[in-house]
Design a protein around this ligand. Structure first.
Ligand SMILES: Nc1ncnc2c1ncn2[C@@H]1O[C@H](COP(=O)(O)OP(=O)(O)OP(=O)(O)O)[C@@H](O)[C@H]1O
Ligand SMILES: [Mg+2]
Length: 354
């Protein structure tokens, strides 16, 4: 079985490094203050009552800490943890086997829960609500449903696309935590903490620079830290300082705002189309990626920084995007009337998101 936790890593060495810097307890988890406080209350009260807490849904862009939080939930409860993912559960029977083997109080983590097959999802409903499942044996008129008990457990579901979850699924979670992008200060803290664990010498300017350019994402912050460390060891003084950070990030095509090649390709494609609007599938073809990747990986951050806006007719490049690419802003561009100029933070654009 492939380990869903490892599938998204570039190399084994990186995978090991990711594991070692992963926060184990809620107190070590940086940022996300609201979600952290709410989870803390949920877990503390469950511990007092001596019964498993309500089911927990975590949603947010890749690398913001969903898997980390799921593991923390189990650790804080002192509970056993079972890991699986939506795409790995092909048949309802696969899920029934997992559910009926749970011990009392276990945490079951289902990653990418929005990609679970429908029959399995229906089986999960009854397990979540009544702690029982009906396993169908046989086919046709002779088929019988055998009810099986499931020990009380806590489901932790993770999704990058909460909009794709069905209503009944969503309703069965007693707690929904929406993870947001991190600010530069929080990423700075993540980097300082990781550098300490990995024994990487780092200066305050070095970590601040990496934090500022990590796309609001702890996983990227940790990855860039390792790449800057490589650079510092091979071409620098061995210390992750401002000079090493700047030089290394240039080598890895990470720009001033932390945009990577694909982010810039998306903005360029929009600009080449006169700024848009451009439909998602056309945009995906233009940058040679799957529409899902553009929508789940690229867009949330570009929306967040106000470089891209969604309109009913498609995606558009904002004035900030034209400026970021060093191009003159055409008249009538979204955000073009902003006399402050230069600023890429345009919170008023969030309201355009459907
Ligand atoms: N709040 C945090 N504080 C410190 N480190 C964090 C935090 N959140 C995430 N990380 C680090 O970022 C890495 C990625 O986090 P995680 O695997 O939990 O993301 P994810 O949301 O599950 O992503 P995906 O959607 O790709 O599965 C972790 O290895 C962890 O080291
Ligand atoms: Mg994950």
């Amino acid at each position: 079985m492939t380990d869903p936790l490892l599938s998204s890593f570039a190399s084994d060495e990186d995978a090991v490094a990711e594991q070692s810097v992963r926060p184990r307890r809620l107190a070590e988890f940086v940022g996300q203050h609201r979600v952290r406080e709410q989870l803390d209350l949920l877990l503390q009260s469950a511990l007092r009552r001596g019964s498993p807490p309500d089911h927990i849904l975590l949603s947010g862009s890749p690398g913001l800490g969903k898997t980390t939080l799921a593991m923390i939930v189990a650790a804080e409860l002192g509970a056993g943890l079972r890991l699986t993912s939506g795409p790995a559960i092909e048949r309802a029977g696969d899920l029934a086997a997992v559910l009926t083997s749970l011990s009392r109080g276990d945490v079951l983590f289902i990653d990418e829960i929005h990609r679970m097959a429908r029959p399995a999802e229906e089986l999960l409903y009854s397990a979540m609500e009544d702690f029982r499942v009906d396993v169908v044996v046989g086919k046709g008129p002779g088929a019988t449903a055998i009810p099986l008990d499931v020990e009380p457990f806590t489901l932790v579901g993770a999704t990058t696309r909460s909009g794709l979850l069905t209503g009944p699924m969503r309703d069965r979670f007693g707690f929904v935590g929406q993870l947001d992008f991190y600010d530069a200060d929080e990423l700075d803290q993540v980097i300082v903490r990781s550098a300490r664990i990995l024994d990487v010498p780092i200066t305050a300017e070095g970590s601040a620079e990496i934090g500022r350019r990590s796309r609001g994402t702890p996983r990227i912050a940790n990855r860039l830290l390792r790449r800057v460390r490589d650079y510092a060891e091979v071409r620098g003084t061995g210390v992750v300082d401002l000079a090493a950070a700047r030089a290394a990030l240039a080598v890895y095509d990470v720009d001033e705002l932390g945009l990577d090649k694909l982010d810039r390709a998306v903005l360029l494609a929009l600009v080449r189309a006169g700024g848009g609007p451009v439909g998602l599938s056309t945009l995906a073809v233009a940058v040679g990626e799957q529409p899902d990747t553009v929508e789940e990986v690229c867009e949330p951050f570009l929306l967040r920084t106000g470089l891209l806006a969604r309109t009913p007719r498609g995606r558009v490049a904002t004035a900030g995007a034209w400026r970021h690419l060093g191009l003159p802003v055409p008249a009538g561009t979204v955000g073009g009337g902003n006399p402050a100029g230069g600023s890429t933070q345009m919170p008023d654009l969030f309201s355009l998101e459907p």
